[in-house]
Design a protein around this ligand. Structure first.
Ligand SMILES: [Zn+2]
Length: 237
């Protein structure tokens, strides 16, 4: 019994520490319109993004859970049923947990994420990710949806198949590659990266490539957004 109590209080303590940690570290973008035809939707500690293409809605990640994802979209007048594509930056639950809100969507993911996404490789000890929905797997070739082009920018490290998505060469969705400080990229939380050194290497490579500085908007999952003309958008209160 004492052991049980100890385990339960240990779990509570662990969860409380985790929540305090994320509250200090994370500044997700608030649910709002952030540019013409582009929206941020916040579900608790993470944001995902929705773009109105001429061929239905395109989501970049899906939020933590379906109800919160759908609620956030509806508050902006967006219909989850009209999401025809979801591009996952990686398969962690706070990014893939909302997929069930989008019954009509094809789910896309970078090929190197598949083993983790399907639980063949554990995320942490016994923790496994499970993206159950059918998905399209891509190497780094661009994907075209109507008149829009989505380029996969590999950014491995946070997970083995983490990637960014570059939309029409002007907006980039970076997932958990980075956080932002004063609108500038900074590495993600070491404790949450599967390989922090690899993630930092990916970030440095992408910074050096000039992709980030060529974009009008950098949209992170947990660190808000940075725009070219402003330092960074204010996070949610
Ligand atoms: Zn995340």
């Amino acid at each position: 019994m004492d052991l049980f109590k100890g385990l339960v209080s240990g779990a509570f303590l662990g969860m409380a520490t985790f929540l305090a940690f994320t509250a200090v570290l994370f500044r997700p973008a608030a649910t709002s319109k952030i540019a013409d035809r582009l929206y941020a939707i916040r579900t608790l500690m993470v944001s995902f993004y929705v773009y109105e293409s001429g061929y239905g809605l395109i989501a970049f990640d899906s939020g933590m859970n379906p109800a919160a994802a759908a609620r956030g979209m509806k508050s902006l007048g967006l219909d989850p049923q009209q999401v025809l594509h979801v591009f996952l930056t990686h398969s962690d639950y706070d990014h893939a947990g909302g997929l069930a809100a989008f019954p009509n969507a094809e789910v896309h993911m970078y090929e190197k994420e598949v083993a983790l996404a399907t639980g063949k490789v554990a995320r942490r000890l016994f923790m496994k990710n499970s993206v159950k929905k059918y998905f399209q797997i891509h190497n780094s070739k661009p994907v075209t949806v109507g008149n829009d082009t989505i380029e996969i920018v590999p950014a491995v490290g946070h997970t083995p198949g983490s990637c960014c998505y570059l939309l029409n060469k002007k907006w980039i969705f970076v997932g958990d590659l980075m956080l932002l400080k004063d609108g500038k990229p900074r590495p993600f939380a070491r404790l949450m990266d599967m390989s922090h050194s690899q993630s930092v290497e990916s970030l440095n490579g992408i910074v050096e490539s000039g992709i980030l500085s060529s974009c009008d908007i950098i949209a992170t999952a947990h660190g808000g957004i940075a725009t070219k003309n402003e330092e960074s958008k204010a996070p949610a209160a």
